[in-house]
Design a protein. Structure first.
Length: 383
């Protein structure tokens, strides 16, 4: 019996970042059961709209191999027509659009509209986010346009699932979880050697903030917690690793004004695949002090390394943490909450095995059910 065919329109290598990682993982797990083809972007963002140094992954190590074509130009209407024609000729059983930002509204709207009559009831939008973190009225309108031709949706967190109710109307919303990213292979890293290279002693309590820096991620709140943490124990260290999408000087000045420079190490760059494990390996606790969120690939990478997390109760973050077992959930926008949460974690660590609890937690079927969910979606689309 021939495998069912799925076409995924979304970013994949050579593009970098969480969306590319998710699409790559999706390709990997679905390929075990389906014929999968990726329609990648040949132009994702125009360079003047991208806040980082480069959109492309400069890693020497590819962590997930994918196959597909770089076809889609996000800003060229003529390309949308030719892309739709190519997708029509695929004769797929399901066409999947990876949606995460209203910038792609017209591109996704046009392509999905042009294939609608060929793929009746077979167009799925995976909504990583419904709206961006810098949400506004215009983005709300663009989102409705971009998602208009979806026959069904797949949400990766309860907050997105609930948010889709106003948009989806009578269209079905399926539910899964953002997968655990265990593709960086913890066994490749030597914890104590790496900590020594970063200047940490065996007694240091290393907090890791990882990923690109934007206002909604709350790094400033975490920094404001550091003076009181260091007063209680000089071994508290904060390791900040990521590319700044804001003015880095703002954070440098804050570190200086708080007089915590000796306790805060900043690695200001995008981290290639082969180095990701170094920083997670060095950490005792991964901290996500976010002001807003849906789900987070940073959390799922942490679980891939069996690293406990401290997250704020925003969006869908809290639902991915078994409080007191895989990490701790605190209230947002509060240095005092971070201080209390960090101290509580190190107290609990003396009597609880967080790493073992994480391994049990991520073994749950809900993190490993994407092939089954897609089988159900394809079955439903054929009715």
């Amino acid at each position: 019996m021939a495998k069912k065919k799925i076409v995924i329109l979304g970013p994949a290598p050579p593009y970098r970042g969480g969306n590319s990682l998710f699409v790559s993982h999706l390709f990997k797990v679905l390929s075990t059961k389906f014929e999968v083809k990726i329609y990648n972007y040949k132009l994702l963002y125009p360079s003047f709209l991208f806040p980082g140094t480069t959109q492309f992954d400069e890693s020497k190590k590819t962590i997930i191999e994918v196959t597909g074509e770089r076809v889609v130009n996000s800003v060229n209407p003529f390309n949308w027509i030719s892309t739709a024609f190519k997708i029509k000729n695929e004769k797929a059983d399901l066409v999947v659009f990876d949606w995460w930002h209203p910038f792609f509204s017209f591109c996704h709207y046009a392509i999905s509209l042009l294939i609608t009559k060929y793929y009746r009831n077979k167009i799925l939008f995976i909504t990583e986010n419904i709206r961006s973190h810098e949400d506004n009225f215009v983005e709300g309108i663009l989102t409705k346009i971009g998602l208009k031709n979806a026959n069904s949706f797949l949400a990766l967190s309860s907050v997105v699932e609930n948010g889709l109710t106003k948009i989806a109307k009578d269209r079905k919303v399926y539910r899964s979880e953002l997968p655990i990213y265990d593709c960086y292979k913890m066994d490749d890293y030597q914890r104590q050697q790496i900590r020594e290279e970063l200047g940490y002693s065996p007694d240091d309590r290393v907090l890791l903030f990882f990923g690109y820096i934007r206002h909604y991620k709350g790094l400033d709140i975490l920094l404001n917690a550091m003076p009181d943490l260091v007063k209680t124990n000089q071994n508290y260290k904060l390791l900040v690793v990521g590319e700044f999408y804001q003015d880095e000087n703002k954070y440098s000045e804050l570190i200086k004004s708080l007089n915590v420079g000796s306790s805060v190490k900043v690695v200001s760059k995008y981290v290639p695949n082969e180095a990701v494990g170094n920083y997670y390996s060095a950490a005792d606790l991964v901290v996500l002090p976010y002001r807003s969120a849906t789900q987070s690939g940073i959390l799922n990478i942490a679980y891939g390394f069996s690293k406990p997390v401290l997250v704020t109760r925003v969006g869908g973050l809290g639902e991915f943490v078994d409080h007191g077992k895989t990490g701790l959930v605190i209230e947002p926008d509060s240095p005092a909450e971070i201080i209390s949460g960090v101290k509580k974690f190190f107290e609990l660590r003396e009597k609880l095995n967080f790493e073992s609890s994480i391994r049990d937690f991520v073994a749950s079927p809900k993190f490993n059910n994407l092939p089954e969910v897609f089988s159900q979606i394809i079955d439903d689309s054929s009715k």
